[in-house]
Design a protein around this ligand. Structure first.
Ligand SMILES: Nc1ncnc2c1ncn2[C@@H]1O[C@H](COP(=O)(O)OP(=O)(O)O)[C@@H](O)[C@H]1O
Ligand SMILES: [Mg+2]
Length: 272
């Protein structure tokens, strides 16, 4: 095959395990989705391992964001959607009637491409979800806010200005604040949809380092159109094309010895 554009020293994460040896967090079973008459996902079968970083790669419009959004039912907000098959969190179908979507989204947090802090102080941004959970104890809230900002690698930069408005932060800081807000409620899963694509290279590096830290405590699923980024941050990679899951496996295997011709064409830059 043609040599992929990815140098082998990029792979910091070389899982010795195959997916069969991993504890599975999210399972897609014959999962399909249509927007009205337009089908966007076709019979996806995928197992996302617990406390690992899994990347979704593929050309624009292939369904990466759609699949990610199904993992905490963000697509519920869009009219005319039809799904079939199952999406399970620890073996439980998340689309059944008895699932409380608010609770699901506390378990499965999401961060978008563009940082979206609330027009509130830095402190209140992080405390927001805690207050929603009904926590009123001041000390507990302060402790959790500090813990979240430490764990989102932002405390050193904002610890002495928690009462400043979140919009006074740089874009990269705002994105780490949004991650702090997401982890404050202690989710099991963090869904990240191109979290660094609106950021400068230094902020991007910080977000990538943060992902490497977070995955020891959270199951991380990250959409990226940047293959180098997928190679740097993820343990497993899923390649999607035209709404289908073409290949899924350990990141280093997928990038160095893909099993499918379409994966090889994509990672060698033949289409994009
Ligand atoms: N809200 C929507 N309504 C209708 N079609 C949509 C909507 N969101 C995405 N799509 C379509 O679904 C397909 C997959 O989109 P998306 O999941 O955003 O892809 P990606 O994130 O890989 O770029 C595309 O053809 C896109 O046009
Ligand atoms: Mg997208």
């Amino acid at each position: 095959m043609a040599t992929p554009n990815i140098s082998s020293d990029l792979f910091q994460n070389q899982p010795s395990r195959s997916i069969d040896q991993e504890d599975i967090c999210i399972t897609c079973e014959d999962f399909s989705l249509s927007y009205g008459t337009k089908q966007a996902l076709f019979d996806i079968n995928l197992k996302i391992p617990t406390n690992r970083a899994t990347a979704f790669i593929g050309p624009s419009g292939c369904g990466k964001s759609t699949l990610l959004r199904c993992m905490n039912r963000m697509n519920d907000l869009i009219d005319g959607i039809n799904i079939s098959g199952q999406m399970k969190l620890h073996g439980q179908d998340i689309n059944t009637r008895d699932v409380n979507v608010t609770e699901l989204r506390q378990q499965v947090g999401m961060v978008f491409q563009k940082p979206n802090p609330f027009p509130k102080t830095i402190f209140e941004n992080v405390a927001y979800g805690l207050r929603l959970q009904g926590i009123t104890n001041r000390t507990e809230i302060e402790d959790r806010v500090e813990w979240s900002l430490v764990n989102s690698a932002l405390w050193g930069e904002v610890g002495d200005r928690l009462q400043d408005n979140a919009f006074s932060l740089s874009g990269g800081q705002q994105q780490r604040l949004v991650i702090a807000r997401a982890i404050a409620v202690r989710p099991q899963v963090l869904l990240l949809d191109e979290p660094a694509s609106a950021l400068d290279p230094i902020s991007t590096l910080k977000i990538e380092e943060l992902i490497a830290e977070l995955k020891s405590q959270y199951t991380v699923v990250i959409v990226t159109h940047n293959m180098q980024q997928a190679a740097r941050v993820s343990d497993y990679t899923a390649f999607l094309y035209l709404g289908k899951l073409i290949e899924f496996g350990p990141t280093n295997v997928l990038f160095t010895a893909p099993g499918e011709r379409q994966t090889e064409d994509y990672i060698t830059g033949r289409y994009g």
